[in-house]
Design a protein around this ligand. Structure first.
Ligand SMILES: Cc1cc2nc3c(=O)[nH]c(=O)nc-3n(C[C@H](O)[C@H](O)[C@H](O)COP(=O)(O)O)c2cc1C
Length: 154
């Protein structure tokens, strides 16, 4: 929850820690707006809470050849079947540009969120977020929060 009433959530999956670090930086970005996000690993994602959020950041690594990791698949299914159309969303992730489908899972979530929600922003980070990525992460959260405030005003 937050002092400006925005209910934000972050759902993430991570094996070696890069994506978890990215999700934590995004969480800090929300805190700069005085928003305390619900922070949740994909394995314990409460799909029923989708209807109680104003905005959701999906933060994923990429597996296989541009694939969504298996622990994120229930999140994908839940969004496809239960996300309210007015939910404001962003897709972010860590990948490795060595692979042809760089951050392919981010692209797949982007396409899903575009169809089922109000997709506002995407972000791809190479492996572990660096100091130079922090500004990009802050922009990611700023865009989500500003979109949310704008839609509340209409
Ligand atoms: C078997 C395997 C397949 C991968 N496939 C891709 C891929 O297709 N595209 C990509 O951008 N990164 C790919 N990656 C890289 C990971 O997404 C990247 O290392 C990421 O930072 C891991 O996040 P984590 O530290 O949160 O687990 C792959 C990594 C492994 C081990």
């Amino acid at each position: 929850m937050s002092c400006n009433g925005i209910r934000a959530g972050i759902v993430y999956a991570s094996i070696t820690g890069n994506t978890r670090e990215l999700a934590e930086i995004i969480a800090d970005g929300f805190r700069k707006h005085k928003i305390e996000p619900a922070f949740c690993h994909a394995g314990s994602f409460p799909a029923w809470q989708l209807g109680e959020l104003d905005l959701l950041a999906v933060v994923t690594y990429t597996w296989g050849n541009g694939e969504i990791p298996s622990e994120m698949k229930p999140v994908y299914e839940a969004i496809a079947s239960q996300a309210p159309k007015q939910l404001i969303t962003g897709a972010a992730g860590s990948g490795d540009s060595f692979y042809p489908a760089y951050c392919g899972a981010v692209d797949k979530f982007r396409d899903l969120l575009f169809v089922h929600t109000q997709l506002a922003v995407t972000l791809k980070v190479e492996l572990m977020p660096q100091e130079s990525d922090r500004e990009r992460c802050q922009r990611f959260t700023d865009i989500l929060v500003n979109r949310c405030l704008a839609s509340a005003a209409t």
